[in-house]
Structure formats: structure tokens, C-alpha cells
Design a protein around this ligand. Sequence first.
Ligand code: AVJ
Length: 323
Amino acid sequence: MNVHAPALADAHLPDEQTTVFARDAMVDLSQHPKRLSPKYFYDQTGSELFEAITRLPEYYPTRTELSILRDRGKEIAQIVPPGAALIEFGAGATTKVRLLLDNYEFAAYVPVDISGDFIKDQARTLRRDFPDLAVYPVAADFTTPFALPAEICNLPKVGFFPGSTIGNFEPHEASAFLRSARNILGEGALMIIGVDLEKDERVLHEAYNDAAGVTARFNLNLLVRMNRELGGNFDLSSFAHRAIYNRERHRIEMHLISKKAQAVRMLGTNFAFRPGESIHTENSYKYSLERFSALAHGAGWKVRKTWTDPAHMFSVHALFAEG
Ligand code: AVJ
């Protein structure tokens, strides 16, 4: 990019988020192999497609985690100290947190999310449904250190990180995240975390290659976004969705595969694709109970309790920050 170009008229200046997306896309598509960060899946369309994924018959994680939280809500509530603050890392739909709030009298709820507007909306409906609950939204990137609101500093703390979002992190990033969460929440805190489990590869394969093609649309939406927001000219019919299980690394990998030799233009730059060349768009790590517990220990947490569904598809852990 030519940084010495004359300044654009203010009206044409991209907003800060678009600039970050532009920079990441430029850097990541210049890598070998090419890649894009899964955090860019979630524009308006992408978030709707993800909601649709959670309702697919093949996509077991969301409904299985909800069933664990529902069935074990009372047990989870038993280990939560009275009058605690619930801190959710990356607050999405409030469905899951409502299950915890229904079962236990938390004094405060702190949703932490990049999208400040989104959590303010959610805070409003939660305040209406739980009038005794103090809600303090924090607009922050939860993967980097942030300060908790002063109002909750004297309350016991319970972190909440559902959805196996931790599966998107490389193992060293997952460890760094857990360590950072422990620092933020402090000694004596609890952390309730949802983690997807290793299982029959066919089940995993189908969950990310659904018959209705919703996951394919979710993946291809990255190209739609780059065309719209970054002036790209990706031809959607020239790329295919591929999701494979990488057994050695215990992860589902999502790729967008170029169907032919082609050049794509974006942000004034040409990107050449060989036939079959991939853009690696997501890793979704799967854990065994042993490997997750080792990861948590290494990051300063003790596993207090682990719950799974009868078919051992998904796990929810209560971690404790020992002194
Ligand atoms: C939101 C990261 C947990 O890895 O299963 C769903 C995202 N990608 N289908 C997952 C996703 C394709 C999802 N996480």
C-alpha cells in the first residue's frame, strides 16, 4: 500500500475496523500457505450463518453444550460462591448465560466483547429479565489484558467461556489465554469453560461438511466480505469449501480451495492462485479430557469438576484458580 498517497476525502476514509481487516487480509493472503483469521467470519451475514450452523442436525456442539449446562445447572450452581460476578469472555447470544443466571443468584454480570454496541443491546434485555442483576458491559478484546469494572472488585469472580471458542486458538494461544484469564480474574476465581472433544472422525467431518451447505456458505462469506469491504474481485464459483480432520494435530481445518489457476485483485494488489491452492480459514481444535486438563494445569488452573453428555461429545469444566 502506498502510504504517501494523497489523503482521501474524509467521507471515503475507511473506519478503523475495516483498516484492521484490510491490513490482516493483505498480510495473511501474502503468506505461504495463504490464510485468513476466523474472527472475520462474523459480520452480520456470517453471524446469521453461524446461528444457522448451530441448528444443523450435523452440528452437535451447541446443542450438546446447552444440554450439559441445562442438566448440570444445579451442580454448577453448587460450586459457585454466593453473590459472585459472572464474567463472560466474548459474549455472543445470551442463551447460555441465561441458563447460569436462572440457576443462581449472581450479583453482577460482566459481558466482555469487542463489539460494544452488541453487548450494550444484550445488557438492556438482561437488565429487564433479571432486575436484581448489575450488568457492566466491557468493550475489549478478551484475548489481551483488560481491566474489570471497579464495581465488582470485591465480589467473588466466575469466568465463563462457552462454545469451545478456545478451539480456535493454537495450543500455545489457548494456554496464554487461560493464563491471562487467571490473572484478570485473580486467585480464588472459578472459570466455567466449554470444550469440544475428540470423537469419531466421521461425526466431526459431517459437523463441518453439512449436507445443506451452510458451513460452505459461512466459509465462502469471507470472500463476499473481502469483495464488499476491501474491493476484492473473488469469483465465488471458483473457490470450494473444504473441511478436513487433521488427526496429528487434533483439529478440524477449514480451507477455501481455488478450483483453477487464477489471479484475484484486492486493495490494488494481485494475488495469484494455483489450481488446488488453499486459503486456510480456521482451525477448530478438539481435546481429550486429559489433554485439556494438562493445558489448564499448565496455565495455573486446577480442574474442580468436569461434566460431559452421555455420548461424550462435548465437555464443560469448572476450573479453580488456586493460590
Ligand atoms: C465458534 C469456533 C466454536 O469451531 O465449531 C462452526 C466455528 N466453524 N462451523 C467451531 C465453526 C465452522 C465454531 N466455533
